[in-house]
Ligand binder design. Structure first.
Ligand code: ZN
Ligand code: ZN
Ligand code: ZN
Length: 365
């Protein structure tokens, strides 16, 4: 448990009291990594961090993972309770919480654990911990922003390697493998996705790379990311293989303008929906409103998609430290697609762009 973790645990405990909750239960998940620096594989054996008002935090772990948990969190700082096979971990948790009132649970709690907790605490009203942990995690601290910046620059470097090479005559899945190798070569610990969508496939935003051979005249959408030092990268560029046709040049210019307009409104005090509106206004004015059918972006941190979301329905007002993608796109079925995505972070008085790759339509061979 580092100073950051101690501060986060104290903040969560404060919110618990402020919101009149009798407990907060966090399973093996990015929320647990955020709070105590430990994220085991989620399994059928319960690993549960339990916060209760006026009590020190307790981490309940399967006995056989107790040494692992103690190593990861720094023994002695956090009360780690091991439960043995044959014991009932949910009864142990029930003993730590009062019999009535509201208890918040992390979003990633498996239904099997949730149902057992409900049976062990029949008088409890259950609620999501997302309003507490989502809001806390949305405001990144300096160490998190530094990690996100490293991840973004590494993704930029991986892109730079790939655009220096040949596209025409190669397959989508070959280029996806090159991108993945580039992310690892530039310091990523893990690759999560490498979308290479060429020609008509580019109209599918979450396309899986295929054996399709890339041809001159194609638009190619590259959307890729992974994890570096625990924090995620996610960036997108759209390239033209050979000189772009009129349609690709036009659509790319619209998306580029929309993405710039959205980035330009980012600063503290602005509602996040204004970022979405700024991108959408440009695309609608160009007549492609129906062809931009997803939100403008998502928060990013320990998870690649996390609050806040850049959409009309999200009521978040931007604060320093909030970090999210800005990724408008236009998709013309059977023909082409264009998306441009960068990660930005809200500063004290404006915005820092974490990705630095050029945004003009890059022409590759
Ligand atoms: Zn996506
Ligand atoms: Zn992406
Ligand atoms: Zn994204």
């Amino acid at each position: 448990v580092t100073a950051d973790h101690r501060r986060r645990l104290a903040a969560a405990a404060g919110l618990l009291v402020a919101q009149d909750l009798r407990g907060l239960i966090v399973p093996a998940s990015p929320d647990l990594a955020y709070l105590v620096g430990y994220e085991p594989m989620p399994l059928e054996r319960a690993t549960l961090l339990v916060l209760a008002p006026a009590e020190a935090p307790r981490l309940l772990v399967p006995m056989l993972e107790r040494p692992l948990a103690a190593d990861a969190t720094g023994a002695g700082e956090l009360e780690i309770v091991g439960w043995r096979d044959g014991e009932d971990p949910y009864a142990i948790v029930a003993g730590w919480l009062s019999r009535t009132g509201r208890v918040a649970v992390g979003d990633r709690l498996w239904a099997s654990h949730m149902l057992a907790l409900q049976a062990a605490l029949p008088g409890t009203t259950w609620t999501s911990a997302r309003p507490i942990l989502g809001a806390m995690r949305a405001r990144k601290d300096a160490s998190e922003i530094a990690a996100l910046r490293r991840a973004a620059l590494a993704a930029d470097a991986a892109l730079g390697d790939v655009v220096g090479g040949r596209f025409a005559g190669r397959r989508e899945d070959e280029l996806a493998a090159d991108l993945a190798a580039g992310l690892l070569a530039h310091g990523h610990d893990r690759v999560d996705f490498t979308i290479v969508a060429s020609g008509p496939n580019a109209a599918s935003p979450h396309h899986e790379p295929t054996a399709r051979t890339i041809e001159p005249g194609d638009a190619v959408v590259l959307d890729f990311g992974g994890v570096l030092d625990g924090y995620c990268s996610d960036t997108t560029r759209t390239l033209s293989v050979g000189e772009p046709g009129e349609l690709l040049a036009k659509v790319h210019a619209v998306v580029r303008e929309a993405q710039a307009a959205a980035r330009a409104v980012v600063r503290p005090g602005v509602a996040i929906r204004e970022v979405d509106r700024a991108a959408r206004a440009v695309i609608e004015a160009a007549g492609y409103g129906e062809r931009f059918f997803h939100r403008t972006g998502h928060g990013i941190g320990l998870e690649v998609h996390e609050p806040p979301y850049v959409e009309e329905q999200d009521a978040t007002v931007l604060e320093p430290g909030m970090t999210f993608s800005v990724e408008p796109g236009i998709y013309l079925e059977g023909r082409l697609g264009v998306r441009i995505e960068d990660i930005v972070t809200v500063t004290g008085d404006g915005v820092e762009e974490l990705n630095r790759s050029p945004r003009e339509l890059l022409v590759v061979e």
